[in-house]
Design a protein around this ligand. Structure first.
Ligand code: AMP
Length: 745
């Protein structure tokens, strides 16, 4: 196709090209602003694309004229492995909340009396803004161009996410006007994911998961999706995530450099400079106006294409803001009026019963899909039979649904006036819905659990198999619930030890449950079967080879993971670790008496009992024997454990056989984000060298390893004068298996 524009430096010369490039960039920035920030484009998409293509062509021809602020550079290269820490020049505070109208009134009282006491003239104006439920960002412009963007982190230190923020279309790469010329300006706001983009993203992730046979890693809500997208290592992924921003703040150094004296002036400046500001902003002189704004915002909530969780009310005058100051975590001059949790009514179609891996029967409400607090839900757990009876929810009822903490779907209760006549209270089945065995009620634990005791129950088997392959246990990638179910149906899996007998051929020839048109196979087949006949899709060799390799790799997992993976009642990850630290092998655990186990700190009589019960059952002994024969690790490799202390940090030498371990007797607390290692990997590696890795800081902590975003643990450690290590120090220690001289205690 012939190009409409030509780049001919002979005719134009470099200076001419530079001029045109500048014109194009200005033009594109202007139209981006109209389109993304004001939602008011004046040219067609095609015309916009054409401008962009022309600019790209010039930049191809004159690469030395490309600047990082050019609109063509929104998607940059890889950030690299790490997000570098960014120290905020001024702290990014949180907000105090007012949970209802009374608390809002008390905040007004506090503001007024503080300013009155300060003998300020009592004209107080308030700016009302919607509280956007996204992820906080700070952006620094130098010489008018976007130079850096960071997350809020712990308010003091955030992470450098410049390359990702550059991909957000409504973020100006250059200010429309730069009043300070070469100076530096910081602005702050919220990056969010519009609901529509969020729904599309989750659908895509689900499709992708179906395709790969893995469990879908969808996002629970748009806020998580926005935060997750900002922290992608590949900016191209962020670019595809369709994030947007609302910018509403600037630190004092910037507002005073700009000569602004109020929040309202700041918002006007932000808008004029090219930032996307929220359209629902209001300035009030009276409290009544603010209360009214809050009531209206609640109604507006469901109509917006983005999530809001409240209204932020700010004292308008910067002078008054300064006088009011800050508490240790939030400004006194602002308050977040939080919306009450959103509730919806819908029809309860069924209460189904799920069987968990330890045989617990859980009633789950299934209702007509409703959108609550930003996502569509159709199921919510009812926890146990007592909860169902207490709420008296019945099939056929119209029920009220909400999200507890705005996240977990919950059935609040029935609307009694709409109850159909003849409805009956719900009852727990007396037989397991999966295997038909009788069930019994167990009031021993925290709730009224009804259990299926059958060792043969297929639903329990599926849950146990899923648990075995899960992240914290054997971490077998590629074996999702769907494939496991199919392998069970094929008769290959009867317990977790059977994973280690699977052959590549068996997995490859397992049907996925999907079908495809026969004609996509071969012409010959098509002639045989006709065009539209469908044939099953099999897992295939590529996936099977991966799965088998992953299963083999899992034989290397440490004993604590195996113990956790067995899914023994009450034995979570932490407990498994503690048990292994004390009794380093299956043999030692089997030999230990219940009394020996229950005195261990963090174990206690209930866990000791269920563990002994498990280990004394013939069926489980057989399973463990087979696991051992198939190469699983049933003792701690290092030999550490026998005789070691469970929680107390201990003294070097205490752990008998482990004396030679270099970090024995030390305890390391990890906080903040690690880049090279996951938290699990770091903790495991430290423990392999004999160290303890408790979750909290105490005077006995030897070292704290702090990454970006470290918060209260780091502050506490600093107060206690505990040496702080970086991730690099940690990697050094792990690779050399010793403490460097400078960090030796
Ligand atoms: P919270 O996270 O509940 O402590 O609330 C404080 C956060 O609300 C801030 O860090 C901002 O990220 C966010 N926020 C959303 N909208 C606004 C707004 N209009 N003004 C100030 N903060 C806001």
């Amino acid at each position: 196709m012939e190009r409409l524009f030509k780049v001919d430096d002979e005719l134009m010369g470099v200076d001419g090209a530079l001029l045109r490039i500048e014109q194009l960039r200005k033009e594109i920035e202007h139209h981006s602003y109209l389109y993304y920030a004001l939602d008011a484009p004046v040219i067609s998409d095609a015309a916009f694309d054409s401008l962009m293509r022309e600019l790209e062509l010039f930049e191809e021809r004159y690469p030395h004229l490309i600047t990082s602020a050019s609109p063509t550079q929104r998607v940059g290269g890889y950030i690299g492995e790490a997000f570098a820490p960014v120290q905020h020049l001024e702290r990014m505070y949180s907000l105090d909340n007012a949970m209802n109208e009374e608390e809002l009134s008390s905040w007004f009282d506090r503001v007024e009396s503080a300013l009155e006491a300060d003998q300020q003239s009592l004209t107080i104006e308030y700016v009302c803004e919607l509280k956007i439920d996204g992820a906080s960002i700070a952006m620094t412009y130098k010489g008018g161009a976007l130079a850096q963007a960071a997350t809020r982190g712990d308010g003091f230190t955030g992470e450098d996410i410049t390359a990702n923020v550059r991909t957000i279309k409504d973020v100006p790469l250059r200010l429309l006007e730069d009043p300070l010329h070469s100076g530096s300006i910081e602005v702050r706001g919220e990056a969010y994911m519009p609901r529509q983009a969020f729904n599309c993203l989750n659908e895509e992730l689900e499709l992708e998961a179906e395709h790969t046979g893995r469990q879908a890693k969808t996002f629970a809500n748009p806020r998580n999706a926005a935060a997750g997208s900002l922290r992608q290592k590949d900016p191209q992924i962020s670019a595809n995530r369709k994030l947007a921003t609302f910018i509403y703040a600037a630190p004092e150094a910037s507002t005073s450099a700009l000569g602004l004296s109020s929040q309202w002036e700041l918002l006007e400046w932000l808008k004029a400079s090219g930032f996307h500001t929220n359209p629902s902003l209001m300035l009030f002189k009276e409290r009544a106006g603010v209360h009214h704004f809050c009531t209206e915002a609640i109604k507006l909530r469901g109509q917006l294409d983005y999530e809001i969780d409240g209204v932020v009310i700010k004292v308008n005058s910067f002078n008054q803001q300064q006088r009011l100051g800050y508490t240790s975590k939030a400004p006194r001059w602002a308050i977040a009026f939080k919306f009450p949790p959103e509730e919806k009514t819908t029809l309860l179609n069924a209460i189904v019963v799920q069987v968990g891996r330890t045989g617990v029967l859980t009633p789950v409400a299934e209702f007509d899909p409703v959108e609550v607090a930003g996502s569509v839900i159709s199921r919510a757990t009812l926890h146990n039979i007592d909860e169902v009876l207490r709420k008296d929810v019945r099939v056929g009822d119209t029920v009220v649904i909400r999200k507890a903490g705005d996240v977990i779907p919950e059935v609040v209760g029935p609307v009694l006036s709409l109850r159909p006549s003849g409805s009956r209270p719900w009852q727990m089945p007396t037989a397991c819905p999966s295997c038909g065995s009788s069930v019994y009620r167990d009031d021993e634990g925290s709730g009224a659990a009804v259990r299926c005791l059958s060792a043969e129950c297929p639903a329990q088997l599926l849950e146990r198999l899923n648990h075995w392959v899960s992240r914290g246990a054997m971490d077998i990638d590629g074996l999702g619930p769907k494939l496991i179910k199919k392998l069970v149906e094929q008769g290959y899996l009867h317990d977790v030890a059977d994973f280690y007998l699977l052959t590549q051929e068996q997995v490859a020839l397992t049907p996925t449950g999907e079908e495809k048109y026969a004609r996509s196979i071969s012409k010959e087949k098509r002639a045989e079967t006709g065009d539209y006949e469908k044939i099953p899709v099999y897992v295939g060799n590529t996936v099977a080879a991966k799965v088998i390799a992953q299963i083999q790799a899992s034989t290397q997992r440490p004993f604590a993971r195996v113990l956790f993976g067995l899914g023994i009642r009450n034995v979570g990850r932490q407990v498994a670790e503690i048990l292994v630290q004390n009794h380093g092998s299956l043999e030692a655990l089997a030999a230990a008496k219940q009394e020996d186990l229950e005195v261990i700190d963090g174990v206690g009589p209930v866990i000791a009992h269920t563990l002994k019960e498990f280990l004394n059952t013939k069926h489980n002994q057989d399973l463990l024997k087979r696991l051992s024969e198939r190469g699983l690790c049933l003792k701690e490799e290092s030999g550490l454990g026998a005789g070691g202390s469970a929680t107390g940090l201990g003294v070097a030498g205490e752990a008998g056989a482990g004396n030679t371990l270099p970090l024995l007797g030390m305890s390391f607390v990890l906080t903040g984000t690690l880049v090279e290692l996951t938290r699990n990997e770091a903790e495991e590696a430290l423990r392999a060298l004999g160290a303890k890795t408790p979750g909290s800081v105490s005077s006995k902590t030897s070292y704290i390893v702090a990454g970006p975003g470290a918060g209260s643990k780091l502050h506490k450690a600093e107060k206690l004068n505990i040496p702080v290590l970086s991730e690099e120090d940690l990697l050094n220690i792990l690779s050399k298996e010793e403490l460097p001289d400078s960090s030796r205690a």
